[in-house]
Design a protein around this ligand. Structure first.
Ligand SMILES: *Cc1c(COP(=O)(O)O)cnc(C)c1O
Ligand SMILES: [Zn+2]
Length: 391
């Protein structure tokens, strides 16, 4: 199956339509994120629910509702459907019967960034791009460098100088050009944009500044619905940096409803951040639609160290629409939760994922989550990428 139902790109704010057969970044009139749109009415008539009968066991199973036109452009490292695992011991301790974790640590490059970058790199290659660049807190750089190597594209990554060493080493191995920048991912982004002034041929694949990483990450939403036989969980706890996964899953839910694969029920989306960098939590607590730049961002959960998510308005929109909330936890709580999950459930998760368990404990103690609620946490990367955490 190589047919995609992709029809156009649409601005998430002003609605301006952009053609998909050329390279696109952000909305030309207003500068906000573009969203891929599909002919779902046609797809509904032609596609079986959850693509039943497909022999494909990776995210490319969903190719008809993904943006890449030609199968020869699928750049794949084996993005297998990630397991949805029960957390029986932690669930029992919290008095919960339906506690699950979706383990994205098993994806290529050890993090769920593989989903987004598989898609962005495939589409960039299809449209003739030769060089990609991005600022990253670590895992996105590794995934971009890996998929670029596989696709034969050049890759330049800008990372904070205190990025976990594994991320830097893997980028070196993949042959990416690496620039280390003093500060955080925002500083890395500034340095990159400065360099791009004299290198306009570098295509920027920053979070939500090109339309297709989101499409890769939305597959988490499709997989989740399929794994729960067409009923979504009651709550999803999502460790939020740039918000791609949260926004992507929310988009997937709308698409699946239009496809009549699921009903109108939606999970409450719980955005989890670190107390050292919590722009979304602050905006949520003030009932704002946009976040403010978080100064002196610092946390062991490097994927959450995003001082001002570019698509903050879309993150907040999804949280509000879902009846969810945003909350922050401390690094201390995160580190002890990493050990707790590992010793009790045999899963060495990343600190970002550990944050979601801490957040669940907080909401459970306030009775915001009931004993029978079906709850999904996200392990967004393997703990093996964070050797510094255990020292
Ligand atoms: C990037 C990252 C996040 C945040 O993901 P977003 O979709 O950008 O919010 C969470 N956890 C890990 C391990 C990451 O690498
Ligand atoms: Zn616009």
């Amino acid at each position: 199956m190589t047919k995609t139902y992709l029809t156009h790109l649409e601005c998430s704010v002003c609605g301006a339509v952009h053609p998909h057969r050329e390279v696109q970044t952000v909305c030309k009139p207003c500068g906000k994120s573009l969203l891929a749109r599909y002919n779902l009415q046609q797809a509904k008539k032609e596609l079986p629910k959850f693509l039943a009968g497909s022999s494909c066991t990776s995210l490319w199973k969903y190719a008809p509702i993904l943006p890449v036109q030609e199968e020869e452009n699928f750049i794949s490292l084996g993005e297998n459907i990630s397991p949805l695992l029960r957390l029986p011991k932690l669930g029992a301790e919290l008095g919960m019967q339906n506690l699950w974790i979706k383990d994205e640590g098993q994806l290529p490059t050890g993090s769920f960034k593989a989903r987004g970058l598989a898609m962005a790199v495939s589409k960039a290659k299809e449209l003739g791009v030769k060089k990609i660049c991005l600022p990253s807190a670590g895992n996105a750089a590794g995934a971009a460098a890996a998929y670029a190597a596989r696709a034969g594209l050049e890759c330049m990554v800008y990372m904070p100088e205190d990025t976990p060493s594994v991320n830097i080493k893997e980028c070196q191995a993949y042959g990416a050009v690496i620039k280390l920048v003093k500060g955080n991912i925002s500083d890395a982004g500034k340095a990159m944009n400065e360099a791009r002034k004299s290198n306009p041929d570098w295509f920027d694949v920053s979070t939500l500044k090109e339309p297709y990483r989101l499409e890769g990450k939305k597959t988490m939403g499709y997989e989740l619905a399929e794994q729960f036989d067409g009923t979504l969980p009651d709550l999803i706890f999502y460790p939020t940096g740039g918000g791609t996964g949260l926004i992507g899953m929310w988009k997937a839910f709308d698409e699946m409803e239009e496809l009549e694969w699921i009903g109108p029920k939606r999970p409450r989306m719980i955005s989890v951040q670190s107390s050292g960098c919590q722009p979304i939590v602050k905006a949520f607590s003030e009932r704002k639609n946009e976040s403010e730049f978080w100064h002196y961002a610092e946390t062991v959960a490097s994927g959450l160290r995003v001082p001002k998510p570019f698509a903050d308005h879309l993150i907040l929109k999804a949280i509000y629409a879902s009846g969810g909330c945003a909350l922050a936890v401390t690094d201390e709580e995160i580190v002890s939760a990493v050990k707790e999950i590992a010793s009790k459930e045999g899963l060495f998760v990343c600190p970002e994922a550990a944050a979601t368990l801490v957040a669940l404990c907080h909401l459970r103690s306030k009775s915001d989550v009931s004993a029978t609620d079906t709850v999904v946490l996200f392990n967004t990367a393997t703990g093996l990428k964070y050797p510094e955490i255990m020292s």
